[in-house]
Design a binder for this molecule. Sequence first.
Ligand code: NAP
Length: 311
Amino acid sequence: MPHRVLVARELKGLLEPSQLVDLDITWVAAGEPTPKGDYVAIVPLLSRWVGGTEFKSLPNLRIVANVAVGYNNVDVVAAEMRGVIVTNTPGVLTDATADLTWALLLATARRLVEGVDLVRSGKWTGWHPHQLLGLELRGRTLGLLGAGRIGQAVGRRAPGFGLRILYTARTAKPDFERDTGATRVELSRLLSESDIVSLHVPSSPETKGIINPETLGQMKPGAILINTSRGDLVREEALAQALEDGQLGAAGLDVYTDEPAIHPRLLAAPRTVLLPHIGSATEETRRKMATIAVANVQCVLGGKPPLTPVF
Ligand code: NAP
């Protein structure tokens, strides 16, 4: 008897029929409510909240195989209490997300969007020694708030640009320090010494709002903030204010608190590069994410341990 499984419709085309054997799939589009029934697994995108209602209306549920490394869209406490396994997709999206972080870093430091806008406006009058001067990276300091897989991958790309690296993490990363010369510091030192602060901690009760009026006030005047982790790490109103006041030099964001809505003051704020949550958006990475999620389902339904459980 095939197992009844709910899978995000948007994953169609990223999965091969051979990966779906023995699964009786109901494809659910983003925005559609989660159907009720005797489903044993759900493979949601990060935009679907899986919480108390789902756990109640899916009494046979055995696994939530989230198609993301972050899993703040799943009520893991409720899942644990129900004995439902939760898995994520760590590792496969590390390089794609680190590359996109660098795209934002370079775009903000060198004012790429303003340059593109100037060219397209037809108002560019030619090379000028004072035009669109940006931040020289060599000799500056990159502060990584979180140095797990993605934070370290971002840091490993930094020595080529001549950046010094500071990082925060709950545990020291000796290999990373040896390979890159990075130094582990307290948050307050990271904020006060970094020219670019890049966020790589997961969203959790401890990290939500970690960038707020107080921590923004500790950042170097003119510093750049990059966020490719989760939107709710940042108090967006306060970030907009810091950009409006000129206290921050620029912000490069891929993620927002209330996606796909974007705080209107952030949309209007100067010197921002705003992307539509495309950190992991490469063909190869998206296939690997879908593959791991479904492989986790197949493992659990086949009586084996999941490949990438979150707890
Ligand atoms: P990871 O390997 O688990 O790294 C997380 C880092 O955060 C670790 O250094 C960890 O410290 C630190 N950390 C965790 N909780 C903390 C806390 N309460 N206080 C201080 N530091 C804390 O995760 P990852 O694979 O690098 O992914 C990071 C995040 O990126 C994900 O959670 C996800 O939200 C986001 N992401 C976004 C995109 C996108 O499309 N924009 C794509 C992929 C991932 P320890 O190492 O000491 O435990």
